[in-house]
Design a binder for this molecule. Structure first.
Ligand code: DX5
Ligand code: ZN
Length: 234
């Protein structure tokens, strides 16, 4: 199974299943992986951190059963990530990303990352477009906790797929990539929201090495998926 740790010459492409057809989820996920996607990105929304409701551990359990080797990158857009670590671990998640907006201090970050690591997963920390960069970097001052494998920069306000890319976040991304990213680092920089073949080169140039796509991928006819993934990867 792929991990975030294994170096790759080009960015990883994460298929965000929020834009898959929920009535044929397994089939769409298998087709996305067959078309070249490296991992499946699972958007969890709690109706509180964001207004929308999407999916939970039962979806991950079904995906794990159907696709035993798939890397399941779970993005928790929730107010209380701590209570979801065990349910997602039991369901078969590979990785859990939670948000810096709901991580009040370094001790809380250490607790969350430690709990994720203890359950055999890697952890990620995400930042929303309006959130100041120091909200994330203050938490990382003094070193990155063991087990934190990913920093996720949201390029739309979280809540749904199909929104327009917010280019302002590229500055934040460049700063994070300079400080924490690069091929020699154990941290990957992921970007999520509004990414298409036409703007992916800016995302790659800013230093992202994991690119999430929902609508640009699942919204295209299936026969175009290999081309979309190839063009996102560059
Ligand atoms: C947004 C989610 C994203 C979303 C991306 O709240 O976190 O993962 O599915 O969708 P697109 O690629 O369509 O912007
Ligand atoms: Zn996401």
């Amino acid at each position: 199974m792929r991990t975030f740790a294994e170096p790759t010459p080009k960015p990883l492409i994460a298929a965000s299943i929020l834009s898959a057809d929920f009535a044929r989820m397994g089939d769409d996920c298998r087709a996305a992986l067959d078309a070249g996607a490296d991992l499946l990105h699972v958007d969890v929304m709690d109706g509180h951190f964001v207004p929308n409701l999407t999916m939970g551990p039962d979806m991950v359990r079904s995906l794990r059963r159907a696709l035993p080797a798939a890397f399941l990158d779970v993005h928790l857009m929730v107010t209380s990530p701590g209570m979801l670590i065990a349910p997602f671990a039991d369901a078969g998640a590979s990785h859990l990303t939670f948000h810096c907006e709901v991580t009040p201090a370094r001790a809380a970050l250490d607790d969350l990352v430690g709990a994720v690591r203890d359950r055999g997963m890697t952890a990620g920390l995400a930042i929303n477009p309006p959130t100041a960069l120091h909200t994330m970097t203050d938490l990382l001052r003094g070193g990155v906790p063991t087990g934190l494998a990913l920093l996720l920069v949201m390029s739309v306000n979280p809540g749904r797929s199909g929104q327009a890319f917010i280019p302002d976040v590229l500055d934040k991304t460049r700063a994070l990539a300079r400080e924490f990213g690069g091929p020699a680092s154990s941290i990957r920089i992921e970007m999520d929201g509004g990414i298409k073949p036409t703007n992916a080169s800016e995302v790659r140039a800013a230093g992202c090495d994991v690119i999430v796509s929902a609508s640009a991928l699942f919204g295209a006819p299936r026969e175009q998926w290999p081309t979309v993934i190839h063009d996102l990867r560059g």
